[in-house]
Design a binder for this molecule. Structure first.
Ligand SMILES: [Zn+2]
Length: 129
């Protein structure tokens, strides 16, 4: 496996932390990634509802690129995410609605990353809790 350094963007949900850790361990990334953990993962840094958090993420990503020479951004969201429910508001919530919310945030990240840091590779995942 090719060695690289990454930033991992993931959610604060306590149920999810050991899964993220084990997933990254399996990918041989232990000690090679910086963690940016925020409610909703990519939802937290793209949804209008969490506007104040967006620039913090992009500034941290730029810092990690500079300091840690990362080449990849790994986005790991999870199902049954409270932040997706907050974004959805009082509307009916279902798995397909939640997936749309995750995928929308992935699109925004992809677009902004291409503009701000075109050399950084990105991958997206929705993990099952
Ligand atoms: Zn979550």
């Amino acid at each position: 496996m090719k060695k690289y350094k990454a930033m991992v963007l993931s959610c604060i949900d306590p149920r999810f932390q050991p899964k993220v850790f084990n997933y990254l361990k399996k990918k041989n990334l232990t000690g090679k990634y910086s963690s940016f953990t925020i409610a909703g993962g990519s939802i937290g840094v793209t949804a209008k509802k969490f506007k104040k958090w967006h620039s913090t993420f992009w500034e941290n990503l730029a810092t990690s690129i500079k300091l840690h020479k990362i080449s990849n951004l790994i986005v790991i969201n999870h199902n049954d995410c409270g932040a997706a429910k907050i974004v959805n508001g009082n509307n009916k919530f279902s798995t397909s609605i939640e997936n749309k919310i995750h995928n929308q945030s992935f699109k925004i990240i992809k677009k902004k990353l291409k503009k701000k840091h075109p050399s950084i590779k990105v991958s997206f995942k929705i993990m099952k809790i």
